[in-house]
Design a binder for this molecule. Structure first.
Ligand code: BG6
Length: 510
C-alpha cells in the first residue's frame, strides 16, 4: 500500500453542500478505516462566518449526512474525528488576499505537525478556480519546496473546449500540471476501474476486444431522478455537459484504449488521451442529425403520482431547450475499432437508475443452428457499473430435448459476493489517492480537452443547427419514441433492469 504522509486538507467552499454530503463522510470513512496519517487536519474555508466548533457541528456532529452513523452509536468516534476539523473565514470575497488564511494554515501546521504538505480542494463554482489558485500562489502556497502542494478541482471543468483550455492555462500559471488533480467521481467507482482489470488482467477478453469480434458497444447511464433542486445549474448545462463530456467519456476511454505498458498513472493517462483523440469528430450537419438525439422529459403520471416536466422544474426556463436525454452514435478512427459503432446515452427520469457497458459480440459467421432471434441470442459482455455491480456474459446453450434449439444463459459475477471486502465510496478512494499523490484516477488537462473537442461540435449543432430537434419523453420511460433510430438492422438499446441478470436466461451458472 502507498504511504500517506502527514498533511492538511484545506477545503474551499467548506460551508457548501458537497463538503457535508460527500467530502466529510468520505473522510470520516477513511478515519474509521485507519487510512488517515498520524498528523492530519481538515481546514474548511468559505465566506460564511463560522467558528471551529460551528463548522464541526455543521458538517459532522449535527450533519444530516452523518445522522445514521450517530444513531448507530458512532458518537465517540465521530467526536474524535470532528476534532480534526478547523475553520477559517476567507473574508467577504474569494478574490481578497489570503494573508489570514496563510497565517492560520501555518499555525496549524506548526501545532499539528502536518509537515507543510497541503491539499487545496476547490469545492466552489469553477469561475473562481483561477482566482483562488492565483491568491494561493501569491502567498507562496503553491510552492512545493517545503512540503508538497496539490490542488483538487471539481467538475464542471469548463463549459466548452475554449473555456476548458482557458481554465487549464489559468491554473497552470500558478500550479504545475503534476500538482493539479481534476476529479471525476466515476473514476473512483470500483466497477469503472474494473474495466481495466477485466480487459488487461485476463487473456480471454482482450484477443476478442476489436473490430473482428465486436459488433457494437453500448453504454447506458440512466437516472430515475429528475433535476431535483439543481434546475438553475442544470438548465445551463444539460445532459451532454453534465454527464457525457466527463463521466461517460471517461468510461469510453477505458473501453477504447490500448493496453498501457504498465499501471503507472502517466502510462494509463497517455493511453486514455490517445483513445479520446481517436473518436471521430462529427462536424457535418447531416451526420450530426443522423447520429445524435436529444430530448427532454415531459410531465407524466407514474404509479398514480404526477411527475413534473423538465420545463416546470424550479430554476428551469419554461422555454428551455436544454436536454435531459442525450444519445450519441459515433465511431473510433483507429486500427482496433474501425467501423464498430458506439452507442452512448445518458438521461434523467428513466425507469430505473443504472449504468452499464455492453459489448455486443458478432454472431458466428456460419449459422449451423436455428438462427431465429439472432440479435437476442448474441454473445454479450455486460459490465454493470451500478447498481448490482458485476459482470455478466451471455452465451448460447442447448435446450434439452430433441434437435438443437439454442437458448441464452448467463455466467455472472457480483461484487456483492465479496462479502469480506469493504468497497470504498468513490470520494473515499479518490481523496485517498490524492493524499498519496496518485493521479491515475484523475483527469489530465489534455484528456479533458480531448473530450471537449469531441463534444463541442455536438453542442454547437444542438444550439445552432438548422434541422435540430428536441424530442419529448414521458418521465419514467426509456427516452423518446425515436430513440432506437440510431440503430439500423435488428438491434436496439438493451433497456436494463435494476438487477444485472434482469432478462430471463436459460439458467444461471454460479
Ligand atoms: C453528477 C451529475 O456528476 O453525477 C449529476 O452532476 C448526476 O447530475 C450524478 O446525478 C450521478 O452520479 P452517480 O454516481 O449517482 O451516478
Amino acid at each position: 500500500m502507498n504511504r500517506t504522509e502527514n498533511q492538511m486538507l484545506i477545503i474551499f467552499g467548506a460551508s457548501g453542500d458537497l463538503t457535508a454530503r460527500k467530502l466529510i463522510p468520505a473522510l470520516y470513512d477513511l478515519y474509521l478505516g485507519d487510512f488517515l496519517p498520524e498528523n492530519f487536519a481538515i481546514l474548511g474555508t468559505s465566506r460564511s462566518e463560522l467558528s471551529d466548533e460551528d463548522f464541526r457541528e455543521k458538517v459532522v456532529t449535527k450533519s444530516p449526512y452523518l445522522k445514521d452513523r450517530l444513531e448507530n452509536g458512532d458518537k465517540k468516534r465521530l467526536r474524535e474525528f470532528s476534532n480534526l476539523l478547523y475553520y477559517q473565514d476567507i473574508g467577504g470575497d474569494y478574490a481578497e488576499h489570503y494573508g489570514g488564511l496563510k497565517e492560520r494554515i501555518e499555525s496549524l501546521n506548526r501545532d499539528l505537525g502536518t509537515q507543510g504538505n497541503y491539499i487545496f480542494y476547490l469545492s466552489t463554482p469553477p469561475n473562481i478556480y483561477e482566482i483562488i489558485a492565483k491568491n494561493l500562489a501569491e502567498q507562496s502556497l503553491s510552492d512545493d519546496s517545503e512540503g508538497w502542494r496539490r490542488l483538487i478541482v471539481e467538475k464542471p471543468f469548463g463549459y466548452d473546449l475554449k473555456s476548458a483550455q482557458e481554465l487549464n492555462r489559468g491554473l497552470q500559471r500558478y500550479f504545475k500540471e503534476s500538482q493539479i488533480f481534476r476529479i471525476d467521481h466515476y473514476l473512483g467507482k470500483e466497477t469503472v476501474q474494473n474495466l481495466l482489470v477485466t480487459r488487461f488482467a485476463n487473456s480471454i477478453f482482450e484477443p476478442l476486444w476489436n473490430r473482428h469480434f465486436i459488433h457494437h458497444v453500448e453504454i447506458t447511464n440512466a437516472e430515475q431522478v429528475g433535476v431535483e433542486k439543481r434546475g438553475g445549474y442544470y438548465d445551463k448545462s444539460g445532459a451532454l455537459r453534465d454527464m457525457f463530456q466527463n463521466h461517460l467519456m471517461q468510461i469510453v476511454s477505458l473501453v477504447v484504449m490500448e493496453p498501457p505498458i504498465s499501471d503507472q498513472p502517466e502510462e494509463i493517462r497517455n493511453e486514455k488521451v490517445k483513445a479520446l483523440k481517436s473518436l471521430r469528430i462529427m462536424n457535418d450537419e447531416k451526420v450530426l442529425f443522423e447520429n445524435t438525439i436529444r430530448a427532454q422529459y415531459v410531465a407524466s403520471n407514474l404509479n398514480g403520482q404526477t411527475i413534473k416536466g423538465y420545463r416546470e422544474e424550479q430554476g428551469v426556463d419554461p422555454e428551455s431547450t436544454t436536454e435531459t436525454y442525450a444519445a450519441i452514435k459515433f465511431y473510433v478512427d483507429n486500427w482496433r475499432w474501425k467501423d464498430v459503432p458506439f452507442f452512448v446515452r445518458t438521461a434523467k427520469r428513466m425507469p430505473t437508475k443504472v449504468t452499464e457497458v455492453v459489448i455486443h459480440f458478432k454472431g458466428p459467421h456460419h449459422h449451423i443452428f436455428s438462427s431465429a432471434g439472432v440479435s437476442e441470442k448474441d454473445n454479450k459482455l455486460i459490465i454493470r457499473i451500478q447498481p448490482d455491480e458485476g459482470i455478466l456474459l451471455k452465451f448460447g446453450v442447448k435446450v434439452p430435448g430433441q434437435g438443437f434449439k439454442v437458448e441464452r444463459a448467463n455466467l455472472d459475477f457480483y461484487y456483492s459476493s465479496l462479502v469480506e471486502t469493504n468497497v470504498m465510496s468513490a470520494y473515499e478512494r479518490l481523496l485517498l489517492d490524492a493524499m498519496q499523490g496518485d493521479a491515475t484516477l484523475y483527469a489530465r488537462a489534455d484528456e479533458v480537452e480531448a473530450a471537449w473537442e469531441f463534444v463541442d461540435p455536438i453542442l454547437d449543432y444542438w444550439n445552432n443547427g438548422r434541422d435540430v430537434r428536441m424530442y419529448g419523453y414521458s418521465a419514467g420511460v426509456w427516452g423518446p419514441l425515436n430513440s432506437g433510430d440510431l440503430f439500423d438492422g435488428s438491434y436496439s438499446w438493451r433497456n436494463p433492469g435494476e438487477n444485472l441478470a434482469d432478462d430471463p436466461g436459460f439458467c444461471v451458472i454460479c
